[in-house]
Design a protein around this ligand. Structure first.
Ligand code: TXE
Length: 497
């Protein structure tokens, strides 16, 4: 059955578009206004098991795992070209599912095409190496081989980018996979499977099962025929995935978000620090795993910096994907909006000072969407709920420090360790602090840039394994990415007007 014949035939299993075995469907609604975007298949255990069987067969019996890495690389380059060609269609679908501004989805599409191109180019460039045995009568070599069948579970905040970071390296390596995107944002995963087919991915190698974590994700996490489960999402779900995977000692890759510190020293360029503090936390309304949600500011700068951040935060314009003047969008769902609001209420009850926000915006324009005002909570204490828990919303908390040691101690006082920023006019201090932060990526006088060729992953409970880049000494080393902006200045993502 073609997808056109049945709009709910949106599972892709063994090279065929099919509806869910039990015929269930789900409505996808735009978070900006509640409009119906699509009706897709809602898969369950039976669909997932069929998809796993197809991926297993394609790996064990097909020619994929032993195909030439150059061919797989070429396929990825073709996918990249298709993504460039169909950028407008992909970006629109991503914005309708997530509610994010179209321009942000367009940026994401550029990153996604670049990701496929990057892995297309490195496929086959590292065949392993010879090891000197010390004898002419023996040879010894290390070679890289695919892991096998991968279960991939992805979230809703950057739907296709998160998928790309898993699918592209898996194809480069010669793995087969079953992908389960977030049930809230499936549209671009469907488009990607079409692009993979057009680019020549053999049947069974890539499979798509839509549905919930409880029904589909749990099967991918526990099924004995899955060799690696790669998950990006919340810490609590990540723990469940990890526990389910333990029964069959699967390889596990986890990216679980963070409570990312943004350390601002008194000697930082003021305008730059204000501007990046806003972008760090309010980009995509805080629904970013590496969002700079913890502003950690040196005592003497505190009042001026926080006053200016509050002033600018109140100028940020909210709106839907196609509102020309919008600077950021809604939260993903009513449930998530409630979670963010509860987080703020609980933080205030614990003593945080609400400087701005802390509620939904007023007005007809926002009535149908899940909007929440940019929020600043001052005077939060180490160890408090506000500092320990992720809100994943547009909420900045403010802590203060006295000196360099104090800043590092506070910034590292979290069970997460994904990313962090340091703002200072002293380059040596910047490097010292970056070296001491227990976070996987550290930006100096910048926030958010990532590079496909650099490592991405979390220390501590932010994750297991690294995405992008190339792992160093395997499990026994962390690989920190330190990025320094050598010409810092405001980028004015939020116009301040
Ligand atoms: O994510 P979930 P939710 C954080 C953020 C957010 C919190 C919860 O703090 O508030 O997580 O968000 C699938 N077995 N991040 O509930 O549940 C689910 O269907 C297997 C950080 O929306 O982690 C989806 O595909 N899979 C984050 C994926 O897990 C399960 C991005 C992520 O959903 C499952 C998003 C189960 N038992 C949220 N339950 C980041 N690191 O960027 C759910 N899923």
């Amino acid at each position: 059955m073609s997808q056109a014949e049945n709009s709910a035939a949106t599972l892709f299993i063994d090279g065929e578009w099919v509806p869910a075995a039990d015929g269930r469907t789900r409505e996808i609604r735009c978070p900006a206004d509640g409009e119906l975007v699509a009706t897709v298949a809602e898969g369950g255990r039976a669909d997932t098991e069929r998809a796993i069987a197809a991926a297993r067969r394609a790996f064990d019996e097909g020619s994929w795992a032993t195909s030439s890495p150059w061919e797989r690389g070429d396929l990825l380059l073709r996918v990249s070209d298709i993504l460039v060609r169909d950028k407008a269609e992909f970006a629109r679908a991503e914005s309708l599912d997530t509610g994010k501004r179209l321009v942000e989805s367009e940026f994401d599409m550029d990153d996604i095409a670049a990701c496929f191109r990057y892995f297309g180019k490195i496929a086959g460039t590292d065949a392993g190496h010879l090891v000197d045995t010390g004898s002419r009568d023996s040879i010894s070599r290390v070679q890289y081989e695919p892991v096998g069948v991968c279960g991939m579970i992805t979230p809703w905040n950057y739907p296709l980018l998160q998928v790309a970071w898993k699918v592209a390296p898996a194809i480069a390596a010669g793995d087969t996979f079953v992908l389960k995107p977030s049930e809230l944002t499936p549209s671009t995963a469907i488009l990607l499977m079409r692009a993979l087919t057009e680019a020549g991915l053999p049947a069974g190698v890539g499979n798509l099962v839509l549905g919930t974590g409880a029904e589909v994700g749990s099967v991918l996490s526990e099924h004995p025929d899955i060799d690696l489960v790669s998950f990006t999402g919340g810490l609590h779900t990540g723990r469940k995935v990890s526990a389910a995977a333990a029964a069959t000692v699967k390889k596990v890759a986890l990216e679980l978000g963070g409570k990312n510190p943004n350390v601002v020293f008194a000697d930082a360029d003021f305008e730059t620090a204000v501007d990046y503090a806003l972008t760090a936390v309010f980009l995509h309304s805080g629904q970013v795993c590496s969002a700079g949600t913890r502003l950690i500011v040196q005592d003497e700068l505190h009042d001026a910096l926080v006053d200016e951040i509050v002033r600018r935060a109140e100028l940020i314009r909210l709106g839907g994907p196609f509102d020309a003047d919008a600077e950021t969008g809604p939260l993903i769902s009513a449930a998530h909006l409630q979670k963010v609001d509860d987080y703020v209420a609980k933080s205030v009850a614990e003593g945080a000072v609400l400087r701005t926000g802390g509620r939904r915006p007023e007005g007809e324009r926002y009535a149908g969407g899940h909007y929440y005002l940019p929020t600043v909570l001052d005077n939060v204490q180490q160890g408090s709920y506000a500092v320990v828990e992720e809100s994943f919303g547009p909420v900045l908390t403010v802590e203060r420090f006295t000196d360099e040691d104090d800043a590092v101690r506070i910034a590292n006082d979290t069970h997460y360790g994904l990313a962090g920023g340091v703002f200072t006019g002293d380059p040596a201090k910047a490097q010292r602090v970056a070296n001491r932060l227990r976070h996987g990526t550290v930006w100096i006088n910048d926030f958010h840039p990532y590079l496909p060729q650099a490592e991405w992953g979390g220390y501590k409970q932010s994750g297991i394994g690294r995405e992008l880049g190339r792992a160093g000494l395997g499990e026994y080393q962390e690989a920190k990415h330190v990025f320094q902006n050598l010409r810092p200045g405001p980028q004015n993502w939020f116009s301040g007007k």
